[in-house]
Design a protein around this ligand. Structure first.
Ligand SMILES: [Zn+2]
Length: 505
């Protein structure tokens, strides 16, 4: 019997409709752009979705066909040009691959292109045109995917992350691969039941260790134990995408469409019932700093500058928290990583051990705070390359495009050459900074950093500074989202849903 040929591909971006930083092809090339065999070097042994695909397929009697992997750090919408280049490369690699019996595709689910609201749906449509309606496709999706009904039309097999911080990307890659192989080898038939909710909860309180998303994931796992149910994904959505398909949803993959539908409806009702728990009130910068100062602990206190978290599309260069921390000049304080290639260049020109005048941050989004003028000492310089040590994207190579450790008064600051969340302590350690040794850490981060930092830090305080990733959704001028939608509008979903059900019959 001839071997099955399984294609693997990855196309990842989370796009913020209100960010001024458009995502160009360069951002994909900086983060990860691998064609064909290059994919093995980049992802073998990593705890990523593609790492999961590879580990399963290598043990099977199948032929792996590596196609294309393109990923960029979350940012503003993807330019039409960048998307077209990647889509064409993807389709070209599928054309050149010849016959494929199955396709594993790691997607994000919240990409937006200048002229496309739902590019992942568009891409799947194009792929279906090429490979036909029969060849099985399985995808992995972020918990923050704004999943649309059309995506389900192309394949029932979508596997959302069940953890936030997303430390199960690898496991979902494994699940997708196993499901696809079962379909191919055993002829298993899957059904998808999809429920979209009229809500777009902010992600600040969407962690799966506690709170409403913990409950949802526990319920999802319970449902998966029931007969006829294969997989349950709960998607919180990504509220910074100004698109008609924004928001939360539930997807149930089953062997029994009736049971699948009932489970999806039940999960949607539960999701709706916990929605208010996603809302959090956060302290402002000064209030957060005073709170941090009042805490006696031998572990560092973290002030997370969530509104400028690069993994939520922040520019990584807003200055309000930095400015206040510099004013207070607290000993044993570390701030980073601040995106500022110009200042890194100025440090490079002066060399280590020397003083330099810098205008820090505030260059991409001055509306969220102007640059801060400082005299700094250049302590260390690096190329900015390290490998993640923590559980999030473990072992993946990260290239910051340069880094500088500077000292201003009592404060250590890490400057980095492209926006990147402080999700792994190696970001600091690779240049000789030990976050564990500090009293206060000001981090450009939100939730993912907890996976690696929680074991070494004490209290974590989210501060409400100005920024594009603010959890106050009322600050954004939405144009394309469906109305009404919670939490912007006060609606009664159950009533609405029952009414819609009546119309259907
Ligand atoms: Zn996510």
């Amino acid at each position: 019997m001839r071997k099955h040929r399984i294609g693997i591909a990855f196309f990842y971006h989370e796009s913020h409709s209100f960010s001024p930083m458009k995502t160009e092809i360069e951002q994909f090339r900086n983060e990860g752009y691998y064609i064909g065999e290059e994919i093995y070097d980049a992802y073998s042994g990593t705890k990523t979705e593609v790492g999961g695909f590879l580990d399963v397929l290598i043990q099977e009697d199948v032929e792996i066909v590596p196609l294309l992997c393109a990923a960029a750090v979350p940012s503003g919408v993807v330019s039409t040009e960048a998307y077209s280049i990647i889509e064409e490369q993807m389709l070209q690699s599928i054309r050149e691959a010849g016959r494929l019996d199955g396709l594993l595709l790691a997607l994000h689910g919240a990409m937006v292109v200048e002229d496309l609201f739902d590019p992942e749906e568009h891409l799947l449509g194009k792929i279906r045109e090429l490979i036909g309606p029969i060849v099985p496709i399985a995808t992995t999706l972020d918990m923050h995917a704004n999943l649309s009904e059309k995506m389900i039309d192309y394949t029932p097999l979508h596997f959302g992350f069940k953890t936030y911080p997303h430390v199960d990307m690898y496991e979902q890659g494994v699940h997708a691969s196993i499901a696809l192989l079962k379909q191919l080898k055993e002829g298993v038939h899957y059904y998808a039941s999809f429920e979209k909710l009229p809500m777009m909860p902010p992600s600040i309180n969407m962690r799966t260790a506690e709170g409403p998303m913990y409950k949802m994931i526990e319920w999802a796992k319970q449902a998966e134990e029931e007969e006829g149910i294969y997989n349950v994904s709960v998607f919180g959505g990504f509220p910074y995408s100004d698109i008609p398909m924004v928001g939360a949803s539930v997807l149930v993959v089953s062997f029994d469409p009736q049971k699948g539908k009932e489970t999806a409806q039940k999960m949607a009702s539960l999701f709706w019932s916990v929605r208010e728990e996603f809302i959090m009130d956060l302290p402002g910068v000064k209030e957060g700093l005073n709170l941090a100062m009042s805490i006696e602990d031998d572990k560092p206190v973290v002030l997370a500058d969530i509104s400028d978290n690069p993994l939520s599309c922040g520019s990584g260069d807003t200055t309000e928290l930095l400015r206040e921390m510099l004013k207070m000049n607290i000993p044993d304080t570390l701030f980073g990583g601040l995106y500022d290639p110009e200042s890194i260049e100025a440090c490079r020109k002066k060399g280590t051990g020397n003083k330099v005048l810098l205008s820090l941050g505030g260059k991409v989004s001055p509306e969220f705070g102007e640059s801060v003028q400082v005299e700094a000492t250049v302590v260390a310089l690096s190329d900015g390359v390290f490998h993640n040590s923590g559980p999030f994207n473990q072992h993946l190579r990260v290239d910051l495009k340069g880094a500088a450790h500077i000292r201003v008064g009592n404060m250590d600051i890490l400057l980095i050459g492209r926006p990147m969340s402080a999700n792994d302590p190696e970001m600091f350690r690779h240049i000789g900074l030990e976050p564990q040794a500090k009293r206060i850490l000001g981090l450009k981060a939100k939730n993912h950093f907890r996976a690696a930092f929680e074991p070494i830090v004490g209290r974590i305080i989210y501060v409400d500074a100005p920024g594009v990733a603010s959890n106050r959704l009322t600050t954004f001028m939405y144009r394309y989202i469906p109305k009404p939608i919670w939490p912007l509008d006060d609606i009664e979903y159950e009533v609405e849903r029952r009414r819609t059900e009546k119309w259907k019959h």
